[in-house]
Design a protein. Structure first.
Length: 373
């Protein structure tokens, strides 16, 4: 009996041990990581690409220049005298309308001298009447009327018409013509004591003030139109062929907010030795701008058909790019029409073509590539 019990418990213990071994083995097997599968490496390059359209493009030419007033004059005095106080002071920033007096110089001494010369001339003509009545009676009434209406405080009237050569000789002998033209010259000189504004504008600089003694030939200031400007820009020789007088210009400033319209009014025909450019002049009319500031100009040039705009850095061998067709590179030759900063205007790329938009080391015709998402 005892032997039976021992064998039974031995069997149970063996079964328990076998079960525990099986359980532990399964547990350990589940904890093992499955063997990693080796990844297959894809060596096909991934590249950036852009879809390019072929269309009509205007060849805008970006330029920069300094703004100057189109109507600007240096004001000089042609006579000597004391500057009088006018209705408006000749000072920087003061506005004058066309026809207003910019400067009035004291002309009292000169005017008195002119009146004295006219009076002396009147005396000479009066003395001439006796000879006229005797030798040239057919013209006596005209000279008499001229003498009676003579006023030494007014500008000279034209002399009566001479009727004969002998009459003209008499006038020459009596020095009438010489005195007449001398006085006319003085009358013209009298007008120079007042400087008139030739256009509406403002004083941009003033070197004198009321009461100052001004001398003939002295620069007294500058006067300019504050609204009409010209922008001088330098054009490369190839760009000259792309624009013309009358071309419209878009203008912006880094210092003043806004956009302005201008127009090309002149193009030089001489190349600057230093810059190897030709000067073009753009006219702008604006109340918001100031002389001396710099403007950025986009001049509208000719329009090119079937053209595309691409980055300049993707072009290789001077005139080629890579198209991507069916997952492979294909070289495409171009015709470069125009350069705009870091971009090129080209012809020769089919409309809707996919162009590789990067530099790829080792790129070649037919090379397989993938387009980056």
């Amino acid at each position: 009996m005892p032997n039976v019990i021992v064998r039974r418990w031995s069997l149970i213990a063996a079964l328990i041990i076998i079960f525990l071994a099986f359980f532990i083995n399964n547990r350990l097997q589940s904890m093992k990581k499955p063997p990693e599968q080796k990844k297959v490496f894809d060596s096909t390059p991934v590249v950036n690409a852009m879809t390019v359209s072929s269309e009509n493009l205007r060849l805008d030419i970006p330029l920069t220049g300094r703004l100057v007033s189109k109507n600007k004059i240096e004001v000089f005095s042609e006579v000597t005298g004391k500057l009088l106080q006018g209705r408006k002071a000749f000072k920087e920033g003061v506005r004058f309308s066309r026809g207003e007096a910019l400067l009035k110089i004291d002309d009292s001494d000169f005017k008195l001298s002119l009146i004295a010369n006219r009076s002396n001339f009147h005396s000479q003509i009066t003395l001439l009447l006796a000879d006229m009545k005797m030798d040239y009676p057919q013209n006596f009434d005209n000279w008499k009327s001229y003498t009676e209406n003579f006023n030494p405080e007014l500008s000279l009237q034209e002399l009566p018409e001479v009727k004969s050569t002998q009459e003209r000789g008499l006038l020459v002998a009596r020095n009438i013509y010489n005195q007449f033209y001398t006085i006319q010259s003085q009358e013209a000189q009298l007008g120079k004591y007042m400087v008139i504004a030739p256009f509406t504008g403002v004083v941009s600089s003033a070197n004198v003030s009321a009461g100052s003694l001004i001398r003939a030939g002295q620069k007294v200031g500058e006067f300019l139109d504050p609204y009409l400007f010209e922008l001088e820009v330098g054009l490369s020789v190839p760009d000259v062929e792309k624009i013309k007088v009358g071309s419209e210009v878009q203008l912006t400033s880094n210092d003043v907010d806004g956009k302005w319209q201008g127009k090309v009014t002149r193009i030089s025909k001489s190349v600057d030795d230093r810059t190897q450019t030709l000067k073009a002049y753009i006219e702008i009319n604006s109340k918001d701008l100031f002389e001396g500031i710099y403007l950025n100009a986009d001049i509208g040039g000719n329009t090119v058909s079937k053209a595309s705009k691409i980055p300049s850095n993707i072009v290789f061998d001077k005139n080629k790019v890579y198209l991507i067709e069916d997952g492979a590179l294909r070289q495409q030759e171009l015709a470069i029409v125009h350069r705009v900063n870091n971009n090129l205007i080209v012809q020769g790329i089919p409309d809707g073509a996919m162009v590789m938009n990067q530099v790829l080391t080792g790129a070649r015709d037919g090379m397989k590539v993938k387009i980056a998402e």
